[in-house]
Design a protein. Structure first.
Length: 352
């Protein structure tokens, strides 16, 4: 669509008119048309997007199969046994997927734009997520079978709190977004009989987010911009001297392999590359990171979210051989079109 315009009077002239049909409607195309001298216009045709599909990818980036279609997937979370997944859809709630049956069902109805894809308990019985339900913002828990009502675990009346991981002993790690200190990492017990007072794990002037616990609960991987660039680090949990820097050229969204022998992360916001890093325990009881190995370039339906939102665009299978992610599901490739002398139509429209 084009609109004739008087640059001196700053007013439109005439009515908008169609320049070309089927311009790109894909959100990942920030610029869909460009003009050149002499009245030449170049534009990208509609890519006929079919939304995004939850897709299993192998370690080479080859698609192994899809699980339904959807739109605006906002991250993905995988159950510990790799049989179920949850995802948030922007403004449309949470959905639960039975991966073996390739079926989906609505899990949470909420128009909350900051709804997280959820965190699975170690036993797979519960999903923990942040949302605003019945006017109350906070972190909630709901049975994964969908048969129970949401239970408020932690109200968030002041600062946004977003769950990230849940240990086998019921310790929830989450990110709190504070206007003064930015994103910080906290933990709280979700089991009865203990203190339910949140405790700070890491709160500095830098942004710390996307915390992920190793399965034994001893190590916590996270993203921080303390160096001036977002990188992935590992610290001993809940305390201790153990520390390792994992990435070296930028990194976000760390995820552990089930047995703790590898750590995965994304390098780059705009899709970028998925990398795997061998992790080793040292003789002093600490941990060290090996050399990152690039697995494959990503083709995500979304370029990603702000790290403080605790949204992961992928989830590794327990054995680390497959990765579930929402990838662009396009039925036709993009096409580039050239229109000459299109400015004549603009002038004609301005005379009307």
């Amino acid at each position: 669509i084009a609109q004739p315009f008087d640059a001196r009077a700053l007013t439109p002239l005439g009515e908008p008119f169609l320049v070309a049909p089927q311009g790109s409607t894909t959100a990942s195309q920030p610029q869909v048309a460009a003009g050149a001298g002499g009245g030449t216009l170049v534009y990208v045709s509609n890519r006929n997007p079919a939304g995004t599909a939850l897709t299993w990818m192998d370690r080479r980036g080859q698609a192994l199969g899809t699980v339904g279609l959807g739109t605006n997937h906002r991250g993905v979370a995988l159950s510990r046994d790799g049989l179920f997944a949850t995802t948030a859809r922007q403004g449309d709630g949470m959905f639960l997927y039975d991966l073996a049956r390739s079926s989906e069902q609505r899990f949470i109805t909420a128009a909350d734009a900051r709804l997280s894809p959820g965190v699975w308990s170690q036993d797979g019985r519960d999903v923990v997520f942040n949302a605003t339900l019945d006017g109350v913002r906070g972190i909630y828990r709901k049975p994964a079978n969908g048969g129970g009502k949401e239970a408020l675990l932690l109200p968030s009346p002041t600062n946004l709190q977003i769950p990230a991981d849940l240990s086998a002993t019921g310790t929830l790690v989450f990110t709190e977004v504070d206007p003064k200190t930015g994103a910080d990492i906290w933990s709280v017990s979700t089991l009865g009989g203990g203190s339910h007072t949140p405790e700070k794990f890491l709160a500095t002037a830098a942004m710390e987010s996307q915390p992920q616990l190793s399965r034994d609960g001893r190590w916590l991987a996270y993203t921080s911009d303390e160096s001036g660039t977002l990188e992935v680090y590992v610290r001993q949990f809940p305390s201790g001297p153990g520390f390792a820097k994992v990435s070296s050229h930028g990194g976000i969204e760390p995820r552990w392999k089930h047995d703790g022998s590898e750590l995965y992360f994304r390098e780059g916001f705009a899709n970028g590359t998925l990398l795997a890093v061998p992790m080793h325990a040292d003789i002093r009881g600490g941990i060290s990171a090996g050399v990152p190995v690039a697995l494959f370039r990503l083709k995500l339906g979304s370029s990603g979210s702000v790290p403080s939102s605790n949204v992961w665009q992928y989830a590794p299978s327990p054995d680390g051989q497959r990765f579930l992610m929402a990838v662009t599901a396009e039925t036709t490739p993009p096409a580039i079109h050239v229109i000459t002398n299109w400015l004549k139509a603009t002038k004609d429209a301005g005379k009307q």
